[in-house]
Design a protein around this ligand. Structure first.
Ligand SMILES: O=C(O)C1=C[C@@H](OP(=O)(O)O)[C@@H](O)[C@H](O)C1
Ligand SMILES: C=C(OP(=O)(O)O)C(=O)O
Length: 445
């Protein structure tokens, strides 16, 4: 996916109370997985509520390039005709994942179990992200990297294994992308593939594999970890997938409503899988009013309606073991912490350095340029909240959607407007962010 060369700046200024009811787009993690598992199943998969953001659309294109039939049948409604486990065809052109680590890394896993070779590529941000963490286990399973950039960077060519081997793999960091790549490759291996993680990461791959008919179990390992066991060579059957609203996208209107005085908003169908809701836990500890109702679930994924009202926030300490359940939310939590009274300490954020940008430094820079006192200490982020944010700064987006959206949320309540240098990357995960926030009353111009 290419972006125009012209950056698209935007300014957010303090608004009146945010009000209204919205449904943020479908969960990005579940959307990628629905397309990939649909492509690896036999028969038809119907997906409703798919996130039609650039990251997911690139995964859809790659599934098509690998031989699945992928069709849009209506608004957010998609149909996939799968090729079966191990059945991917040799793609004719490089697979371009744009800005998306998840799409690229999960498809690498799926390709590693097929006797084909594929070139993986992406934009400048994705080309800078580490792929060795995925290639290491995939090589143990029999895949080979035929050619690749420095230190396992994109673009690189993966030759899948003719006879993939099942492995037992302990992930070196809590990462659902590593875990999922190994499980997807393990689908094509005879016998049992096991992934052990010392801290549980999001379990959407496990839940969805079960939904598509795989024999997969997950048990507690140590205090915070999981041991996941998958029986290889299943016949996955096509399935219906209902994609709930993305809690990582909901995070932006939620924090905006908390910090803009008098706000009262409702968000429907927000996924509340406990491995994704560390931000909600943290905001509640800070004093946030977030009420859940209409709790229900589909295919193991819980969801609820959230009512969020403006709240006086206080600084808290966020323990490192909570990081996997809110890894994409620290940027907007730092915004909430800036408006809080007191110090917020966020510990154990080393993984933030290898996202779309170095999010630890970029978050500190976003706050600093808007007059907030902040410090990066090792892998910790420390924000001195003063109950208000001076604002007035221009924030560098660094090809990172979550920096752009966090900065615009900050501008919704800062003393002076906040400008972002480029909003183009918001389209990777939340294409309607700007109109949706305006519909709630945000002042963006
Ligand atoms: O598996 C997924 O869908 C994701 C896993 C996380 O990455 P890591 O696996 O690198 O932690 C997260 O940051 C990303 O946005 C989505
Ligand atoms: C880290 C993210 O995504 P990905 O790794 O898929 O690029 C994100 O969406 O914040």
């Amino acid at each position: 996916m290419t972006h125009s060369d012209q950056p698209r700046p935007l300014q957010a200024r303090a608004s009146g109370p945010l009000t209204g009811k919205v449904r943020v787009p479908g969960d990005k993690s579940i959307s990628h997985r629905a397309l990939i598992l649909g492509a690896l199943a036999v028969g038809e998969t119907r997906i409703s509520g798919l996130l039609e953001g650039e990251d997911v659309l690139n995964t859809a294109k790659s599934m098509q390039a690998l031989g699945a039939r992928v069709e849009r049948t209506g608004d957010f409604a998609w149909k996939v005709q799968g090729v079966g486990v191990g059945g991917f065809a040799q793609p004719k052109a490089p697979l371009d994942f744009g800005n998306s680590g998840t799409g690229c890394r999960l498809v690498m896993g799926a390709v590693a179990g097929c006797p084909i070779s594929a070139v993986f590529d992406g934009d400048a941000s994705l080309r800078s992200r580490p792929m060795r963490r995925i290639l290491d286990p995939l090589e143990k399973m029999g895949a080979r990297v035929v050619s690749g950039g420095e230190g396992g960077r994109l673009p690189l060519t993966v030759q899948g294994a003719r006879d993939p081997l099942p492995i037992t793999y302990r992930t070196p960091v809590a990462s659902a992308q590593i875990k999922s790549a190994v499980l997807l490759a393990g689908l094509a291996a005879p016998g049992t593939t096991t992934v052990i993680e010392s801290e549980a990461s999001r379990n959407h791959t496990e839940l969805m594999l079960k939904h598509f008919g795989a024999d997969i179990t997950s048990v507690q390992e140590g205090q915070h970890g999981r041991r996941i066991t998958l029986v290889g060579e299943p016949e996955l059957h096509g399935a219906n997938v209902v994609v709930p609203a993305d809690p990582s996208s909901a995070a932006f209107p939620i924090v905006a409503a908390l910090v803009v005085e008098g706000s009262d908003i409702v968000l429907s169908d927000v996924m509340t899988n406990p491995l994704r809701t560390g931000l909600f836990t943290t905001l509640r500890e800070m004093g946030a009013s977030i009420e859940e109702s209409e709790v229900r679930g589909d295919a193991g994924e819980p969801m609820a309606r959230l009512r969020v009202r403006a709240s006086k926030l206080r600084g808290v300490e966020v323990p490192p073991e909570r990081a996997p359940s809110m890894i994409d939310e620290y940027l907007v939590l730092a915004v909430a912490a800036s408006f809080a009274e007191g110090t917020t300490i966020m510990r154990g954020l080393q993984e933030l350095r290898v996202k779309e940008s170095d999010r630890l430094e970029a978050t500190a820079a976003m706050l600093r340029v808007n007059g907030v006192k902040v410090e990066v200490s090792g892998d910790d982020l420390i924000v001195e909240g003063r109950g208000h944010v001076p604002g007035g700064g221009t924030v560098a987006t660094h090809m990172d959607h979550r920096i752009a959206m966090s900065a615009l949320v900050m501008g919704c309540a800062s003393d002076q407007p906040v400008t972002v240098d480029d909003t183009a990357f918001i389209a990777t995960s939340f294409p309607d962010f700007i109109p949706m926030m305006r519909s709630l009353g945000a002042e963006f111009s």
